[in-house]
Write a protein that binds this ligand. Structure first.
Ligand SMILES: Cc1cc2nc3c(=O)[nH]c(=O)nc-3n(C[C@H](O)[C@H](O)[C@H](O)COP(=O)(O)OP(=O)(O)OC[C@H]3O[C@@H](n4cnc5c(N)ncnc54)[C@H](O)[C@@H]3O)c2cc1C
Length: 418
């Protein structure tokens, strides 16, 4: 079955695909989004909801390698690598190590800053002021450390914040207890980043993007793209889906961690691995902090959501097919109780999804060389709720031939080969 040629098909209805789709629509382009799950069925559903315009610290940092053996010896620690995945993940892990060199870290941090600093502005632009006010809380973020040590990378993180003029206020034990009543006595160091914020419901904020997109004339179709076929004449692509053949002059691949499956058969090389992450939702909590807390000693975040406390985090390198390890979510409940010893809550629910991660913490964004009409927008890793909307604005500028307001070179798909 063939349908009439559309301008642009966006593959994926997570925060990244829908941000791009809405900005493209506002550039006067007819856009259809394809996703078998509909809006926010992937990583965009259950993340920690932190919107971090003031975060410019890459995931791979010098000195981190020293921590890795300690993390790996604890099967429920902040990092796990399943042995069966190691052969597939090895080239990505090697690139991750290269990205942790100081000279590269500074470049990556600059590119993160350029993209992230526009996050709240783009969210407001996409949602409109009323919906933005309802869904986004400009509360600041709190980072905390347990015990005396601040970790091997704290000094470099401080240097990166200073490089970008990011304000952060160190807090001692007493100030922490005033800001977050009920927090454990083992927490003695904190850092407040006042200009960050969060959404109290990631699923609802992404659904709001979808609603705006539909309202402004976009179309969302529940279909899975199975294969992308370049058309010799008249150009563009046919997308074989599970239900139809769809024709488009332009494709935007924004399928998160699944993007590589669509690009491999086309011979488009990229470096995308999934860092699987988990959450535990604690309904009816007896304690609700007023801002999200990142526990830097244990690698998780705790966010006050509309429907309870969300404890989210951990990284598991295990691919797209392995079943979840629910113990990794259960341990997050223990972490929450260690952080708030008096915390009482209802029955927790567990969730796992796939962070679409590049080795250098930057998204893959832009046109593919030698494939006219093919654009990529994925790989936002730990920061998609923050970087998704500004990426959409950048992508729409590139597609429409407008001069982008930031240099797109650091995100170019070509950095991982063609
Ligand atoms: C535990 C955890 C905590 C996190 N916390 C934060 C945070 O606090 N702040 C932050 O900024 N980021 C956070 N993130 C990261 C953020 O959630 C992701 O970067 C972001 O959601 C990625 O969005 P996406 O649209 O690229 O991918 P997804 O949301 O995964 O969407 C991809 C979509 O593509 C669809 N798809 C797949 N294959 C196909 C196909 N063949 N055809 C059509 N559609 C397809 C899927 O169904 C899915 O809906 C966190 C992630 C995790 C896992």
């Amino acid at each position: 079955m063939t349908e009439e040629m559309r301008d642009t098909l966006v593959l994926g209805a997570g925060v990244v695909g829908l941000s791009a789709a809405l900005y493209l629509r506002r550039s006067g382009i007819a856009v259809t989004v394809l996703d078998p799950l509909g809006p926010a069925g992937g990583a965009s559903f259950g993340n920690a909801g932190m919107l971090s315009p003031e975060t410019a610290v890459p995931i791979a940092l010098p000195g981190m390698l020293r921590e890795v053996p300690r993390w790996l010896t604890d099967p429920l620690g902040p990092l796990a690598v399943r042995l069966a995945r190691l052969p597939r993940a090895a080239p990505w892990l090697a690139r991750w190590l290269l990205a942790s060199r100081l000279s590269r870290v500074l470049e990556i941090s600059d590119a993160m800053r350029a993209l992230h600093r526009r996050s709240l502005e783009c969210w407001q632009e996409l949602l409109g002021p009323e919906s933005f006010r309802e869904l986004v809380r400009p509360s600041g973020h709190l980072q905390i450390w347990e015990g005396e040590a601040k970790g091997a990378t704290a000094a470099l993180e401080q240097r990166l914040r200073e490089r970008h003029g990011i304000r952060a206020e160190p807090l001692g034990a007493d100030e922490l207890r005033q800001l977050v009543p009920g927090i454990a006595r083992s927490v003695r160091h904190g850092l407040l980043v006042p200009a960050n914020g969060f959404t109290a419901n990631p699923q609802r904020i992404v659904a709001a993007l979808a609603e705006r997109f539909l309202h402004e004339g976009g179309e969302i179709v529940r279909e899975r793209a199975m294969k992308l076929l370049p058309r010799a004449s008249p150009g563009g692509f046919t997308v074989m889906t599970n239900l139809a053949n769809r024709e488009a002059a332009r494709l935007v691949v924004a399928a998160g961690a699944w993007s590589r499956e669509l690009l491999d058969p086309l011979g488009v090389k990229t470096a995308l691995e999934t860092e699987r992450g988990y959450h535990a939702m604690l309904p009816a909590p007896s304690i609700t902090p007023r801002l999200p807390i990142s526990n830097k000693s244990r690698g998780f975040a705790l966010t006050p959501m509309e429907h309870g406390l969300r404890v989210a985090g951990t990284v598991e390198i295990a691919g797209l097919a392995a079943p979840p390890d629910e113990r990794r979510a259960a341990v997050l409940v223990q972490h929450a109780k260690r952080l708030f010893p008096d915390l009482v809550h209802g029955e927790p629910s567990f969730w796992m999804s796939f962070r679409p991660s590049t080795p250098d913490s930057l998204p893959v964004l832009g046109a593919v060389a030698n494939r006219p009409g093919l654009f990529l927008d994925f790989g936002h890793g730990h920061f998609g709720m923050t970087g998704g909307p500004p990426s959409g604005r950048l992508l729409a500028a590139l597609v429409s031939g407008r001069t982008p307001e930031i240099d797109p070179a650091p995100y170019a798909p070509t950095r991982f080969g063609r």
